[in-house]
Design a binder for this molecule. Structure first.
Ligand code: ZN
Length: 402
């Protein structure tokens, strides 16, 4: 009886692994991008431009983003299929009908597509199906229900408008896709707080915050969602992209390389489900335009601002969303350590830990970790994400979402 049961379990495991979808942003995946032009909305981006946005190397593409954020463990390659025109028309106020968009695109393109070319896990489905269409949604409040859907030909199906997001921007909004996928694939929270009223959460320092928009609040509005920030270290370890170097006792001269080039993250466990996460955000890759560079110190998702001013929580009560460019503080050059304020330590007396002698060099940073009296050493455990069944999410409960 037991043997039969074990055999059934083994068969089940084999069949699940044989037909499992390729996982969210794991390993080498494939994608096909279909360009759909509505009869009344001429396309404004060339196929070469779209190819650069999704697959270009050194072009701040989706491929670059995934490789840079995952320390090279996630890769995405594929093709862009040239614009095909549909006889259907676009109506900007009735525009989140994803079934209509996907069906129309698939009808136009399916004859010319060999699914096996985009099916890395051989489950008979395209790994990632991206549909980019001409025309705009009239609203500036656009949520995940206007982007994520399901189709029987693909494991992941995502719809983009080619010109910004809703009424804002001119570029294909890859930051929107990456942010919303953070919710849909991993259950990550929004970290931009009540940004209508001067509370900016982590500001532009992370993808789940205002970093989905970009990395500098002085950025051009037309570039919104095109050059987003890295994911937070706490998100990266949940996705499984990086395994941190764990420091759980007093240690001098801890060295950490640029996160963009190495994926280096240092974890200091200070509670059963709480760790400090340290990273060197350097002036390269997707981090090049941040207003400052240096060591970012996070306590899970909480960003420790080196200047101690907590500017990110003391913006103006505008009563509306401060879309870039603006004069609000979405993160500044004294948030990283040592930063423009030359702050070389952070002490947490409740957690009995002090990070000190923080020094920045060209290609790495160094610091000491000193455990204070009362510190209790713990093992680091990888936090597990809580993936959402996005079909079942009531998106209306996140009214501030973008
Ligand atoms: Zn969100």
């Amino acid at each position: 009886m037991k043997i039969i049961f074990a055999l059934i379990l083994a068969l089940l495991a084999v069949s699940i692994s044989a037909f499992a979808d390729p996982g969210h942003w794991q390993g080498k995946q494939r994608a096909v991008v279909l360009l759909l032009e509505w009869k009344n909305q001429p396309a404004k981006h060339s196929v070469a431009e779209v190819n650069e946005v999704f697959f270009g190397e050194g072009k701040s593409s989706v491929r670059d983003f995934l490789r840079e954020n995952s320390a090279g463990t996630a890769d995405l390659t594929g093709d862009v299929r040239n614009w095909l025109r549909t006889e259907q028309t676009w109506n900007g106020s009735d525009s989140c009908d994803l079934d209509r968009i996907v069906n129309e695109a698939w009808q136009k393109f399916s004859r010319a597509i060999n699914i096996a070319d985009y099916d890395s896990d051989h489950d008979g489905k395209i790994d990632n199906l991206f549909i980019v269409h001409s025309g705009r949604i009239n609203s500036d409040r656009v949520g995940p229900s206007c982007a994520f859907t399901e189709s029987r030909f693909a494991n992941h199906t995502i719809v983009f408008q080619s010109e910004g997001l809703g009424s804002i921007g001119q570029q294909i909004p890859i930051g929107f896709y990456l942010h919303e996928a953070g919710h849909a694939y991993f259950g990550f929270p929004d970290l931009y707080n009540d940004h209508y009223h001067g509370h900016y959460g982590i500001g532009m320092w992370g993808m789940m915050g205002l970093g989905a928009w970009g990395t500098d609040n002085r950025m051009r509005r037309e570039d919104m969602f095109r050059y987003p920030s890295h994911f937070e270290p706490y998100s990266k370890v949940q996705i499984g992209w990086v395994t941190p170097h764990v420091v759980s006792q007093t240690t001098q001269h801890v060295s950490i390389r640029a996160v963009e080039a190495s994926g280096d993250i240092v974890a200091i466990p200070v509670g059963s489900n709480t760790s400090y996460y340290l990273e060197y955000r350097s002036a390269q890759g997707f981090s090049r335009d941040h207003r400052g560079h240096g060591l970012l110190i996070w306590k899970n998702y909480e960003l420790i601002q080196a200047d101690g001013r907590n500017d990110l929580d003391h913006g103006h009560n505008l009563g509306h969303r401060p879309v870039p460019p603006n004069d609000e503080n979405f993160g500044d050059d004294s948030d990283p350590f040592p930063g423009s304020g030359n702050v070389t330590f952070h002490e947490d007396r409740d957690a009995h830990v002090r990070i000190e002698n923080i020094a920045q060099f060209a290609d790495h940073m160094e610091f000491d970790v000193r455990m204070l009296d009362g510190f209790k050493a713990r093992r680091w455990k990888r936090p597990h994400p809580a993936p959402m069944d996005f079909q079942g999410i009531d998106f209306s409960i996140r009214p501030l979402d973008f």
